[in-house]
Write a protein that binds this ligand. Structure first.
Ligand code: ATP
Ligand code: MG
Length: 431
């Protein structure tokens, strides 16, 4: 039996001393028989290793039955490879088949090819993820998330964890998923909006969370899911939206720098040339954006207009990232702070797509109630939101950023589903 406690990775093989004995374990990407020799291409999450079995290896014949994608543990002697690619290989001494894979495989991904259509790939996501090109996306995701946590820790934000179940959506509406809950009905949260504001009233001052949000988005777009991961950030005692933008642009720059440095080989594999935008990011007023796009003032800038605006800004400022700020009142929510009919809003557009929305919230109770009335809503229905503002709410604001979207546009992925392990949309609820 090969001793798994001695297991090393395929990248450790390259650093191992020639002549030493090491143990590797992983998946058989393929195997080949040439007379008295057999070659196994073993894959683990670090990469590949070539295993050579010669006539000294007693189980040589049995290797013919080794199916692709079976899991094996091997013990062998480190040798210098004769192949053109150089490096080291393992001369097989002992082999354990830990799990034999059935034939044929339901999807094909030999040599990192991504040929099967997305829907079938997602049906067999556990196999699809064995493809190093697919797996690399999730290594980048992990590096990206670590960098986000590091940024907020370094800047003295507290990590918060809020509930995803509530009696009423902070923003209400048709996009709510309702579910039975004992004798009541509850909804899955569309955002952390309410909770992060409550925490500011509690005195957290600076807080962030990475959690899921749920929206019954009926659309089939490249950038919408029904369950997505959102970075929520909220800060107290801010001096207008410039403080929100300053945090976001520094966050983006530090995350992109970390990805460039720590996921270099993954970016190469995915053929992504990542540029880090310069600070500060350009700021475009909503009214100026409408002029640039030839739209009527007060038009909601949607996906198509964002794309056009992104192209205009790229030509003018040579950057992939900019802020779209200051919304006219017809487009604002009741909870936003306003200056003479202009809402203190900030959207971050990166690679022609919205990746975050935020702004400063109205913290003054009486003005809040007036805004609710002006929006033709009933203050009574929103008491769950407004009551806490009676008892000492600091000025505050923040933003919500789509984690899956950020990854999608960092890696120029064609679809947000590529960067989510088990995506959920109108049709897909499994595996
Ligand atoms: P869009 O206009 O693109 O539908 P939104 O303005 O409705 O987005 P917000 O409520 O502003 O979305 O949410 C903040 C961020 O969360 C968005 O900028 C986006 O990055 C992300 N996000 C929102 N909805 C989804 C979704 N259905 N799937 C994936 N990410 C989403
Ligand atoms: Mg938005």
């Amino acid at each position: 039996m090969v001793n798994l406690s001695q297991r090393k990775s395929t990248s450790a093989l390259q650093k191992a001393r020639v002549g030493s004995t090491i143990v590797l374990a992983g998946w058989v990407e393929k195997s080949k028989h040439l007379g008295k020799l057999a070659f196994i291409n073993l894959r683990d999450r670090e990469g590949y290793a070539q295993i050579v079995a010669n006539e000294k290896f007693l189980g040589l014949k049995s290797l013919k039955d080794l199916t692709r994608e079976s899991v094996v543990a091997v013990k062998g002697k480190v040798k210098t490879s004769k192949a053109k690619s150089g490096g080291k290989e393992l001369e097989l001494v002992e082999l354990d088949v830990l799990n034999r894979a059935a034939v044929p495989l339901p999807i094909e991904f030999l040599g990192g090819k991504v040929e099967t259509d997305m829907s079938k790939r997602l049906d067999y996501r556990y196999l699809d993820l064995r493809n190093p090109r697919v797996f690399a996306i999730f290594k980048v995701r992990s590096v990206m998330l670590n960098a986000i946590h590091k940024f907020f820790r370094d800047n003295e934000f507290l990590e918060m964890q809020t509930s995803k179940i509530s009696e009423a959506g902070a923003e209400g509406g048709a996009e709510l998923f309702e579910l039975p809950y004992f004798k009541k009905k509850v909804a899955l949260n569309q955002s952390q909006q309410l909770y992060k504001q409550l925490i500011m009233i509690s005195g957290f001052e600076k807080a962030y969370e990475i959690g899921t949000s749920y929206r019954a988005e009926k659309s089939h777009t490249h950038r919408h899911l029904t369950e997505f991961w959102q970075l929520d950030v909220e800060m107290s005692f801010l001096d207008g939206i410039k403080d929100i933008m300053s945090v976001q642009e520094r966050l983006i720059v530090s995350v992109l720098r970390a990805v460039k440095k720590e996921a270099k080989s993954e970016l190469e594999l995915l053929k992504v040339n990542l540029n880090v935008p310069k600070l500060p990011f350009p700021k475009i007023n909503h009214s100026d954006a409408c002029k640039l796009l030839g739209l009527k003032q007060g038009t909601d800038i949607g996906t198509e207009a964002e794309r056009k605006l992104g192209a205009i800004v790229k030509r003018k400022y040579k950057t992939d990232a900019f802020f779209l700020i200051n919304l006219p009142e017809n487009l604002t929510k009741f909870y936003a702070m306003h200056d003479d009919g202009i809402g203190r809003y900030v959207d971050l557009i990166y690679k022609n797509n919205e990746i975050s929305s935020g702004g400063q919230r109205e913290h003054r109770y009486d003005i809040l109630i007036n805004q609710i009335r002006n929006k033709k809503l009933k203050p009574k229905d929103l008491e769950f939101y407004t009551t806490p503002f009676k008892y000492g709410a600091p000025p505050h604001g923040g933003f919500g950023m789509g984690i899956d979207r950020l990854l999608t546009f960092i890696l120029d992925l064609p679809n947000v589903r590529e960067g989510v392990l088990f995506p959920r949309d109108v049709e897909r609820t499994g595996p």
